[in-house]
Design a protein around this ligand. Structure first.
Ligand code: HEM
Length: 226
């Protein structure tokens, strides 16, 4: 097999790693307490589960506010802009190529660290699933059950929709976590992605001489045209 040259690069910054691990912990904890509320099992008792679920939910909201601020002030939001370039190749890689030791179809760099499938899925989480969880969760939290006999019984139907959406989102998040855990192992080596998210540093494929030459030429052309 062809040897590829690698260089060590600082890919995930301090806040980004803190946000990632805090978010994983909170989502797992919200799932654990949420499914107790859902009556899937009995671990800590319903009331404790509700209390802890509410506290973790507020922590999650605070984290989201900081993360939004970070993404916009650092320009890192651009990492999540969707692209169709290499999308099919990336999907084919996960379905077939990966089992045949094929090379990764997209090259990871510091300014483009997500492959096209990751971009789509993470963007979906950020602008759809997580907002649905927060909004439905807040509706749930501030909803007051109408007293028996009042005319507000129509509200009950609304809470049903909220509960359905919130539970559906919870299942989708768990499905995401399972797939995510598997994909963590599909980096350069089985632990390279995990190590990168812990230390921030990762071995990335180095530019080939031809690519370096192209970049140099582009720079020179730009300078000449100024
Ligand atoms: C900021 C985000 C969130 C808020 C504000 C929130 C809030 C709530 C509230 C108030 C309840 C109802 C508790 C009660 O019945 O008294 C609830 C239920 C639940 N939550 Fe969350 N939650 C959030 C995120 C999550 C996440 C990330 C998950 C899972 C990954 C989750 C899973 C669940 C589940 C499964 C239930 C039970 C639903 C049912 O059976 O009706 N929640 N949540």
């Amino acid at each position: 097999m062809k040897e590829t040259k690698t260089v060590k690069a600082y890919v995930y910054k301090g806040f980004e790693r803190f946000w990632h691990w805090m978010q994983s912990f909170l989502i797992l904890f919200l799932a654990l307490t949420g499914f107790e509320i859902h009556s899937s099992y009995s671990l800590m008792g319903f009331e404790t589960a509700v209390d802890l679920h509410n506290k973790a939910a507020w922590a999650f909201i605070v984290l989201i506010v900081f993360a939004i601020f970070w993404h916009f002030t650092t320009g890192e939001w651009k990492q999540y802009l969707p692209t169709t370039q290499n999308l099919k190749a990336q999907a084919e890689f996960y379905i077939f190529g990966i089992f045949r030791n094929a090379p990764h179809p997209t090259k990871k760099t510091v300014i483009s660290k997500l492959n096209p499938l990751q971009r789509l899925v993470y963007l979906g989480l950020k602008i759809l699933i997580i907002p649905v969880m927060v909004v439905s969760g807040l509706f749930y939290m501030f909803y007051r059950y109408p007293q028996a006999g009042t005319i507000q019984s129509a509200n009950i139907e609304k809470l049903e929709t909220v509960a359905l959406l919130h539970t559906l989102g919870a299942f989708l998040l768990i499905a995401f976590v399972i797939v995510h855990l598997y994909l963590i192992t599909t980096g350069h080596t089985i632990t390279s992605n995990l190590k990168a998210m812990i230390t921030g540093w990762e071995e990335l494929e180095a530019d080939t001489d031809a690519e370096k030459e192209n970049k140099k030429n582009e720079k020179e052309e730009n300078n000449e045209s100024k």
